[in-house]
Design a protein around this ligand. Structure first.
Ligand code: PEP
Ligand code: MN
Length: 336
């Protein structure tokens, strides 16, 4: 971290700051110029608050030269992280295919979809039991009963289950869930992230609707700082001025995050585009960009789905997509 000081900075002010930083293990190298001085901060600067430094009236500017995320940073963990989920692994050479409905609606729906996607080669089953809906009058999910139905589908198919937590008040209900999803709207629910950091369950962390890559990685850092390193990232599109797609799929983020972080990252082309015709091309592109997996919405009867029917594939469409996806995964040197 580099601090440029104003010319009026006094020796007393500088010494006090140096002492304050030394107390948290950060050393300071001072470079004195003819008019202004510069301080170079060396050590674990992740815990240094840039805003606090800027609030000192003798500080002109603050520039970070290293990333504020440490646990999620590839610099300190060069090998890819591989996350164990039941008998499957996420990351490394294994490609993860998560499929299932937006919401768990009833036994017949989730069992049918689970059987079909398993047959086509899905490796995990998704389904929302708690749904973050824009309207309070829209279907909110089956809550505990939805999780029970997912567990029933897991029992029959053997597919690990992925489902979203929206509130800490529900955490007990997620006891037997294999992967806890943190949805886009909760990516910066820091209290939720902190508690999830205390457990050892894999967390599927989706990128927020309007969050930068650094904010995304800092949210992963929240979970990891608590001791839970089982974080799987998910790029699901961000808000832009474009209205013809539901969101704008940021595939550059996937390749960049692969460089910046050792955590696995998957892509959700369903929420990223909102358009079934774009799911296959965006899936193939995601694999080419280095994604470790995909999360795709599949419904046995999209026309009557209680949420996201328009972007949900039928089991047959999903099955047809799997052939080109498997070929592309193989081409990229991974296994599905
Ligand atoms: C979902 O996966 O069901 C969901 C609500 O996604 P997102 O949080 O990405 O909008
Ligand atoms: Mn959905």
């Amino acid at each position: 971290m580099i601090l440029v000081l104003k010319s009026k900075a006094t020796d007393e002010q500088i010494d006090a700051l140096i002492k304050e930083l030394a107390a948290i293990g950060v050393n300071v190298v001072k470079i004195e110029g003819a008019e202004k001085s510069i301080l170079g901060l060396v050590g674990n600067t992740a815990q240094v608050d840039s805003d606090h430094l800027m609030a000192q009236d003798f500080v002109e500017s603050v520039k970070r030269v290293s990333e504020p995320y440490k646990n999620a940073n590839r610099k300190f963990h060069p090998e890819d992280s591989i996350i164990q989920v039941c008998d499957k692994t996420v990351g490394g050479l294994d490609f993860t295919m998560i499929a299932g409905p937006c919401s768990v609606e009833c036994e017949d729906q989730i069992m049918t979809v689970a059987r079909e996607v398993k047959k086509s080669g899905a490796t995990m089953l998704r389904g929302g039991a708690f749904k973050p809906r824009t309207s309070p009058y829209a279907f909110q999910g089956l809550h505990g009963a939805g999780i029970d139905l997912l567990l029933q589908a897991k029992k029959e198919t053997g597919l690990p289950i992925v489902t979203e937590i929206m509130s800490l008040a529900h955490i007990e209900m997620f006891r037997d869930v294999d992967v806890i999803q943190v949805g886009a709207r909760n990516m910066q629910n820091f209290e939720l992230l902190k508690v999830l950091g205390q457990c050892d369950k894999p967390i599927l962390l989706k990128r927020g609707l309007a969050n930068t890559i650094e904010e995304f990685l800092m949210s992963a850092e929240y979970i990891m700082a608590g001791g839970n390193n089982n974080v799987i990232l998910c790029e699901r599109g961000i808000r832009t001025f474009e209205t013809m797609t539901r969101n704008t799929l940021d595939l550059a983020a996937v390749s960049l995050i692969k460089q910046k972080s050792h955590l696995p990252i998957i892509v959700d082309p369903s929420h990223a585009t909102g358009l079934i015709d774009l799911i296959l091309p965006m899936s193939l592109a995601s694999i080419a960009c280095g994604a470790d997996g995909l999360a795709i919405e599949v419904h046995n009867n999209p026309k009557v789905a209680l949420s996201d029917g328009a972007q949900s594939l039928t089991p047959k469409q999903f099955e047809e997509m799997m052939a080109p996806i498997k070929a592309q995964v193989k081409f990229s040197g991974k296994n599905l």
